[in-house]
Write a protein that binds this ligand. Structure first.
Ligand code: KG4
Ligand code: ZN
Length: 358
């Protein structure tokens, strides 16, 4: 039996300091030995959002402890590690720089290869940590900073089919939560409030629902929610608004995903139709059940990461590291931190005023 690679993954792109050790079994199935995550929610709560300077300072304070813990609890020794993989982008540059520099220094001190990882690629293949995953598949990435439909041809080969032209879906949840007076990070709380509300009470806009292919837009929702919050009289109104928001999101995703299915099939003519939903917002139960039922109707297999692997973590970074290690795709020690690093580098930039959609 040949020795299986042992990869240390490090993540610090936003407000989670994380480290993980990942290896694989004899048939190439990844095994997460440890997955340590330290969240900074308490630091950013009073500001209602992530403050980059404070986030970076906290990463600096914690990173060595988190890495030490990940190694210690794995039962492995430093000398067993075969490569170090760090997130190099996209994300907040001051935050990325911490995990990236730490990873590079760690790799060179143990004289092992360093691997720079795209955080979005981590989310894209994260379900491989708990499910079998074959290429090609359609990916819906829904996180705090990104929302896109991507045809994943293979590791490193992505074709973006649609993207948000303004806010990311997680951002829309967080902004709505803030308007409803819910503490940061509000996304998950909206789901809880929505359970007590009447989803038919408020009619919210469904931006670009009938144009723009599977591109998406959420900024108009936030403006509508803002207007309605001024008329809210009691807690029940709040629950009703949260429920109406959740229902509108489900409707938008249902319609846009059908379009993405079609585009994915034209592009790949796949034997097996697989739809992966990943990123922090993929833990939303309403979205999960809406997309699962759409998949059943359209003969797609739906795959989600385990709930604890939807949000930011280092196991998904170590997993990309493992795959790249096996194909000897190592990075130089001068690899830069990349605040913007799209999966599909050829796709047009579609954010901001003046974007024309058909
Ligand atoms: O993937 P992630 O942890 O970080 C980024 O890479 O952005 O995603 C974080 C986002 C936040 O906007 C958070 O509010 C949202 O995911 N989120 C949710 C839920 N859980 C996390 N949004 C809606 N419903 C949830 N259950
Ligand atoms: Zn993320």
């Amino acid at each position: 039996m040949s020795k299986k690679p042992l990869i240390l993954g490090i993540e610090s792109s936003c407000d989670e300091t994380a480290a993980s050790l990942v290896t694989e079994n004899d048939v190439g199935k990844p095994i997460v030995l440890t997955n340590i995550i330290s969240s900074q929610v308490d630091i950013h709560k009073e500001f209602g959002g992530v403050v980059p300077e404070l986030a970076a300072r906290s990463h600096v304070e914690k990173i060595d402890l988190i890495v030490k813990k990940a190694i210690k609890e794995s039962g492995k020794k430093i000398e067993n590690i075969d490569a170090v993989a760090s997130t190099a982008g996209p994300g907040l540059i001051v935050c990325l720089s911490v995990g990236l520099s730490f990873g590079k220094a760690f790799a060179s001190s143990i004289n092992k290869p360093f691997i720079a990882v795209n955080h979005l690629e981590g989310h894209a293949i994260s379900p491989k940590l708990n499910s079998e995953l074959n290429f090609p598949y359609l990916l819906l990435l829904i996180s705090g900073g990104h929302t896109q439909y991507v045809s994943v041809q293979s590791l490193g080969n992505y074709k973006r089919l649609g993207t948000t032209i303004d806010d990311a879906l997680g951002e829309a949840y967080d902004k709505t939560a803030k308007l409803l007076g819910v503490e940061f990070p509000g996304g998950p709380q909206i789901e809880i409030l929505a359970r007590k509300g009447d989803s038919e009470k408020y009619k919210l806009p469904e931006p670009i629902i009938n144009k723009g292919g599977c591109n998406l837009s959420f900024a108009g929702l936030k403006t509508a929610v803002l207007k309605i919050t001024k008329t809210i009289k009691n807690e029940q109104d709040k629950f009703d608004l949260a429920a109406s928001f959740q229902k509108t999101i489900n409707k938008i995703l249902y319609k846009k995903t059908k379009i993405a299915f079609n585009e994915f099939e034209i592009l790949n003519n796949p034997k097996e139709k697989v739809f992966v939903i990943a990123g922090g917002v993929a833990s939303n139960e309403g979205i999960r059940s809406t997309l699962i039922s759409l998949c059943k109707k359209n003969n797609y297999k739906s795959i989600f990461p385990a709930l604890d692997l939807c949000g930011d973590n280092a196991a998904m970074i170590a997993l990309v590291g493992l795959e790249k290690f096996k194909s000897k795709k190592f990075s130089d020690l001068d690899h830069p931190a990349k605040p913007r690093w799209p999966l599909d580098e050829k796709a047009a930039f579609l954010k901001g005023a003046g974007v024309q959609l058909k």
